[in-house]
Design a protein around this ligand. Structure first.
Ligand code: FES
Length: 94
């Protein structure tokens, strides 16, 4: 990959746009204090973080002003809702 294959730019709304091999991948800052994007949070969730405490420990979200809390929590809830339900958790009728 050469330097033209991947670059990062920002638009006026504060949304970062990452171009990789001509494809546009957008990310948005969720935590301004710690410069954490939605992609950072989603990556932490994919790596096993499953509580706000774990997101705070891994990324620092909600460690300063706390304004990112509702947005980070929304991503956490969305991630939980997308997880498959274990067959062990399905209750069979008696
Ligand atoms: S925006 Fe996340 S702690 Fe301030």
């Amino acid at each position: 990959m050469n330097s033209n294959d991947c670059y990062l730019t920002s638009c006026s709304e504060g949304i970062n746009i990452l171009y990789v091999l001509g494809m546009e991948i957008k990310s948005m800052y969720i935590c301004i204090c710690r410069a954490v994007t939605d992609k950072d949070i989603r990556a932490a969730l994919e790596e096993g973080a499953c509580t706000m405490r774990e997101l705070r420990q891994r990324l620092g979200v909600c460690s300063d002003c706390g304004k990112c809390g509702p947005h980070a929590r929304k991503l956490l809830i969305e991630h939980r809702e997308l997880q498959p339900v274990s067959i062990d958790l399905i209750v069979q009728p008696a």
